[in-house]
Write a protein that binds this ligand. Structure first.
Ligand SMILES: [Zn+2]
Length: 139
C-alpha cells in the first residue's frame, strides 16, 4: 500500500457519534477509514481516500467540526469536497432511469451544496431530501 494516509479530527455532538461511526465503518474498501481514537464527542481517524467519509460526516452532522491534521496543524476542510457523486446514493424518483430494473443506469448526483444539502440527480433533476439522505448515508 503506497497510498498516503491522511489524519482527521472530528468534534461532533455525542448523540451523533454512533451514526457517524456506523456510516464510516460501512464505507467501501477503497474509501475505508480507520478510527484511531474515539471519545464522547471526539474522534480521530485516518484514510487514504477520505472524500466520501468527509461527505457523510458533513451531511449527517452539519454542526460537527472536521479538520485535517497535517504537520502538527489542524486545517479546515473545504465545504465542497467534490462536484459529482457516482454511487453510495440512489434517486428517490421511482420513474428515474436509474430506478428501471430492465436497463439499470448507475446513479449520478450533482452536489449543488453541502450545507444545506442539495444533492441533485443528474438524470431526472430530483433532489434527495434531508431525511432520505440521512437514511441512505447512515447505513
Ligand atoms: Zn433521478
Amino acid at each position: 500500500m503506497s497510498e498516503q494516509q491522511r489524519t482527521f479530527v472530528l468534534k461532533a455532538p455525542h448523540n451523533k457519534m454512533p451514526t457517524i461511526r456506523r456510516a464510516l465503518n460501512s464505507l467501501s474498501n477503497e474509501n475505508q477509514v480507520a478510527i484511531t481514537l474515539e471519545k464522547d464527542d471526539f474522534m480521530e481517524f485516518t484514510s487514504a481516500s477520505p472524500a466520501y467519509a468527509m461527505f457523510k460526516i458533513k451531511i449527517l452532522s452539519p454542526s460537527s467540526v472536521l479538520r485535517e491534521r497535517k504537520n502538527g496543524m489542524e486545517m479546515d476542510i473545504p465545504d465542497k469536497i467534490f462536484e459529482w457523486i457516482e454511487d453510495m446514493l440512489s434517486c428517490p424518483n421511482k420513474n428515474c432511469i436509474t430506478a428501471q430494473p430492465k436497463e439499470p443506469t448507475t446513479p449520478k448526483f450533482r452536489v449543488v451544496s453541502i450545507s444545506p444539502p442539495k444533492i441533485q440527480c443528474y438524470y431526472c433533476g430530483r433532489y434527495i431530501d434531508q431525511s432520505s439522505l440521512e437514511a441512505q448515508l447512515a447505513k
